[in-house]
Design a protein around this ligand. Structure first.
Ligand code: 13P
Length: 308
């Protein structure tokens, strides 16, 4: 019997498909992908794909973004149920009502959404940001305007810290980053002298406060690339990120921060994609992302925010 990796490689050729994978996918998926990256690089890479099929190994909003930015392609997602707690926390109708309430109260504001949101939410916003470009975009909002930032309150709070811009924050959080155990992190720091803590800006302030570096997944890799001697790095983000770190920079040692309730702290949504589902979606050319009416407006916002 052929092994599943071989099957995927053959199907990829046969169907002329490009596989894009987020750093939070299992190492075996990142390894077979044509391109692995953070949310920003993946969105940009999706616009360059020439093959007729994109298989997006990530969560729904990422595949949706790829479809919006490259509409003529068939965009497949190995498991259509791969969602995102942040996207769920901000339903479009609730956001629209909140914006209306602010307008009725005479507030002058622009709305920035984290890319971890539905296309319908993006279509209601002025800007879309990822961890990779958020600071630069926040600085583009005219001083006289307030900022409504959705849905990640921790990322919003972090952006206020680094840019000095106050924001109206939505009450959303990522289930993975929200529950890192501070007690365990402090115990690890004590146990591993000279260790460096890397935290994603989706982490709450208590974790960020004890971190040596705060940045998105690509920024973490860039920072690690700058180290000359082997380091001990404690990582507060989805643990599959460590596969990419280990793969690119094997000279360092990496340690995951456990969650309060779950020792591994893996994203259950990202974990829905498996090699078998990746193979099956190539065979069936399904499930795929189907164009929705709100994608037209979301495309304008995404293009202005991520591609310019
Ligand atoms: P980045 O890879 O852009 O840092 O984002 C991580 C993330 O939140 C994925 O859902």
């Amino acid at each position: 019997m052929k092994d599943v990796v071989e099957e995927i490689k053959e199907l990829k050729q046969q169907k002329k498909a490009t596989i894009l994978a987020h750093y939070y996918q299992e190492g075996e998926i990142q390894q077979i992908a044509d391109f692995a990256g953070d949310s920003l690089a993946l969105a940009r890479e999706a616009t360059k794909v020439e093959n007729p099929i994109i298989v997006f190994c990530g969560v729904h909003f990422m595949a949706e973004t790829a479809k919006i930015l490259n509409p003529s392609k068939k965009v497949l997602l190995p498991d259509l149920q791969a969602g995102c707690s942040l996207a769920e926390s901000c339903p479009a109708d609730k956001l629209a009502r909140y914006q209306e309430m602010l307008r009725i109260n005479g507030r002058k504001f622009q709305t920035i959404t984290y890319i971890n949101s539905t296309a319908e939410v993006k279509s209601l916003c002025d800007w879309v940001v990822t961890s990779g470009n958020a600071e630069a975009v926040v600085r583009k909002v005219p001083e006289g305007m307030e900022i409504l930032f959705v849905p990640d309150k921790h990322l919003g709070q972090y952006l206020t810290e680094v840019t000095g811009r106050k924001m109206i924050l939505w009450d959303g959080a990522c289930i993975v980053h929200e529950i890192f155990s501070l007690g365990d992190l402090l115990a690890m720091k004590k146990k591993i002298p000279d260790s460096l803590v890397f935290a994603h800006p989706e982490c709450p302030a208590n974790i960020r406060a004890y971190s040596d570096f705060v940045g998105g997944t690509e920024a973490m890799l860039k920072k690690i690339a700058s180290y000359n001697s082997p380091a001990d790095i404690i990582v507060a983000t989805e643990p599959n990120m460590m596969w990419q770190m280990q793969n690119r920079f094997p000279q360092h040692r990496y340690y995951p921060v456990p969650g309060i309730t779950c020792a591994c702290n893996k994203c259950p949504h990202m974990a829905r994609n498996t090699l078998e589902k990746l193979r099956d979606c190539l065979v069936n050319e399904s499930p795929q992302i189907v164009w929705q009416p709100c994608y037209d407006r979301a495309k304008e916002v995404l293009t202005r925010s991520l591609l310019n």
